[in-house]
Design a protein. Structure first.
Lengths: 209, 209
DNA sequence: TAGTTGAGTGAACGGGTGTTCACACACTGT
DNA sequence: ACAGTGTGTGAACACCCGTTCACTCAACTA
């Protein structure tokens, strides 16, 4: 019936919403989400401040939307990784590679999560920690199938999963802080992540209680 | 020659400076250091905004002073712990206990460090990460003397030290976020920390390259 | 004791903030 | 073709911000 070249109402609205999210993400990359203003975001998105309210009730609500979008990226990374056959043969090497590469490509999303996980407003902080808890539980299910772990208590499996996720977050933070164009640093982080995971896995065999 | 009951000039100045630092620490405990204002800090310290400049050139400079003060607390914790003979017989249990107790008592300092390590301004962030790097190196020296580690490469020792410090930071974050008056949660965090350290130590024996 | 120093004052400034409102006007369903 | 819906506008508001300035007056020095 229509859209002869122009944009439908819904399309246009979604486009502006995305522009606001992108603007907030980019601005917060330098100074942190908590200290950017509604007016700055609106300006960067090419929109008047009042228009912001057509999409979000507050900056906090935009922050929550950003959490959602960022974890969607993380989930996609995990899903794609599981399709790769290498992951099952050299789990640790693959995990280190995938981690560093994905974080590098989606730097802004991971920077947002890393930063706001501890520095953000209460609402944003809790949303992120909730997502990370979900992620720990998912990882626990995967770990429970590994040879040396299959008859551990579920408490212990959860503990190990937390250990891995914590280190994943810490390594992601390092990649985020990494200056551009430093493949040496990148390799160093990757190697560090690999060794840490190997050390932890070595402990599996002798674990009791 | 003087101070009949009144305060010397220097004493009074130091007192106000301390009041400003305390005010900033308390205010940032709820909302994060980066989003509190010079005026708020001055008001909380019972001083007019302009007086702030007699002590710090900017909020950033106050932040750096806060980093220094917080790490002095951390160092005191380590030093005290080393005096305790229990630490050498049950290193891991003692470490978990000391960590949780000290963080609980100095909650505001650790909350500041945990939060601003990733969320703060560039200057504050770098100062904290520098202090943490120093701490990793100190720990590496201690670890290098342990039985299973004594002939590892220094790179590997450093890697393990980083793994421990990361987990220490993560556990401190958990204690900080912990609501008051929940000894069950506290015990849970302590037990988790203990298990994670034990798992890592188990890997020491079989480590190669 | 007289003069100097400097921590703290109070008012003022220019500018950025979130939020509100009536309004314009392009896309929408009838 | 027409009325309606709703995204985006631009101006206005009251407020808080960092920073400056001339000032007071107690603690200091000589």
């Amino acid at each position: 019936m229509n859209q002869p070249a122009a944009l439908t109402r819904q399309e246009q609205k979604e486009r502006t919403r995305a522009a606001l999210l992108d603007a907030a993400l980019e601005l917060s990359h330098q100074s942190g989400f908590a200290q950017i203003s509604l007016r700055q975001v609106a300006k960067q998105a090419g929109v008047v401040p009042a228009a912001f309210y057509r999409h979000f009730a507050s900056m906090d609500e935009l922050g929550l939307a950003l959490v959602e979008r960022s974890f969607a990226t993380l989930r996609r990374m995990i899903r794609d990784a599981q399709r790769d056959p290498d992951v099952f043969t050299h789990i640790i090497d693959a995990a280190a590679d995938v981690l560093v590469e994905t974080v590098k490509v989606n730097k802004t999303h991971f920077a947002f999560v890393a930063r706001e996980r501890v520095g953000g407003s209460r609402a944003v902080r809790e949303a992120i920690n909730h997502e990370l808890d979900l992620f720990v539980s998912e990882l626990a299910v995967v770990l429970a199938r590994l040879p040396n772990i299959e008859n551990w208590s579920s408490d212990d499996v959860h503990m190990v999963a937390r250990l891995f996720v914590r280190n994943m977050v810490a390594n992601a933070e390092e990649v985020v802080e990494m200056p551009d164009g430093r493949p040496d640093l990148e390799a160093q982080i990757k190697e560090g992540a690999r060794r840490q995971m190997r050390l932890i896995v070595l402990g599996f065999e002798k674990w009791r209680s």
